[in-house]
Design a binder for this molecule. Structure first.
Ligand code: FAD
Length: 292
């Protein structure tokens, strides 16, 4: 099913879209672990599962397509296959699009990918909007395209305003749904929503939520996302950083609280970054399922 249709249907029902993100295991020998995770995650009946492409050091090969296709076939759950472009040639993108179409994938997340300092990159596609245009062209409009957005601004943009102006290029290129970068401060997300709507961006936007359940997750997560940390969050970390069990519970509770508040405010969807830890995602789902 085309994912924009899911948002339309849910909006008509007055419900948020509930989605999950997983990543391909780093080691090929560990490949089946993703299906073990999905086996647990399926109780949450997600509207779709997105599969990252080479993010966070995981393998950027054909595994995204394979995993997305298997989840769709074996578990009858809709999937969204991510694709990055900063290091791809026209030929690479053409091959990937053909492969996704052959695998009957209908939805694709068009991303630029991070620029790693010192790494040699191709730059045949400079931005996600250029990839979105290419996907439209090559798939003759058959693939639905989604994109990323940043409630606190992308780290390369000079300001949130500039980033929102750039976001319009994605929408113009055919991106029909946005998923946000993770954030811990709902106020930041809500004021971002207000600004983009005022700026004429009306596509559905899902809120990206990452439950923090271990102290060692915090530094890396903040460094990668640039998310600001509200007082309630830092207080929780300070209180429980040396008590792993208490931090685990408090982290889930925090994520549930974020989701419940956003749903009460009428958010289009919540997208849980599962970090391939299905038990945490299932617990968050338990805390919000009465609202879904
Ligand atoms: P772009 O939209 O190209 O934006 C990058 C920067 O360029 C921004 O500062 C923007 O303001 C600016 N910009 C955008 N368009 C233009 C333009 N036309 N002209 C001038 N400036 C412009 N990374 C992975 O490697 N694999 C993944 O699977 C993955 N999944 C992600 C999922 C989500 C929901 C999110 C939020 C991020 C994900 N990322 C992933 C990370 C993403 O690749 C990085 O954040 C990357 O730095 C930017 O990607 P983008 O698609 O938003 O880029």
């Amino acid at each position: 099913m085309k994912i924009p249709e899911i948002y339309k249907k849910k909006r008509a029902e007055g419900k948020p879209v509930f989605s999950l993100e997983v990543f391909p295991p780093k080691r090929k020998s560990n490949r089946d672990s993703i299906y073990e995770a999905v086996e647990i995650l399926k109780v949450t009946e997600p509207d779709f599962i997105s599969v990252t492409y080479g993010a966070g050091g995981s393998v950027a090969d054909f595994s995204t397509c394979e995993i997305a296709s298997n989840i769709k076939k074996e578990y009858k759950i809709e999937t969204l296959a991510h694709l990055t472009c900063i290091n791809s040639s026209q030929e690479d993108v053409k091959t990937m699009i053909q492969m996704l179409r052959d695998a009957k994938i209908e939805n694709i997340m068009a991303l630029r990918g991070d620029i790693v300092p010192g790494e040699d990159i191709k730059r045949e596609f400079a931005h996600a909007n250029e990839l979105a245009i290419e996907i439209q062209r090559k798939s003759r409009g058959e693939l639905e395209i989604m994109g990323a957005c940043y409630p606190e601004g992308h780290y390369e943009a000079n300001s949130l305003e500039e980033d929102i102006q750039n976001l319009k290029y994605k929408i113009g290129a055919g991106v029909r749904v946005l998923i946000s970068q993770l954030f811990f401060d709902n106020y930041k997300f809500c004021s971002f929503l207000e600004r983009v709507r005022e700026d004429g961006i009306h596509v559905p936007i899902s809120a990206g939520i990452m439950p923090i359940v271990k102290a060692k997750q915090i530094e890396k997560t903040v460094q990668l996302s640039g998310a600001s940390l509200p007082h309630d969050f830092t207080e929780m970390i300070a209180r429980y950083q040396h008590e792993p069990k208490a931090l685990y519970e408090a982290g889930i509770e925090y994520a549930v609280g974020q989701c419940r508040d956003l749903i009460a405010r009428g958010v289009d969807g919540v997208h849980i970054y599962t970090m391939n830890d299905p038990k945490v995602a299932v617990r968050v789902h338990e805390g919000i399922k009465d609202l879904l």
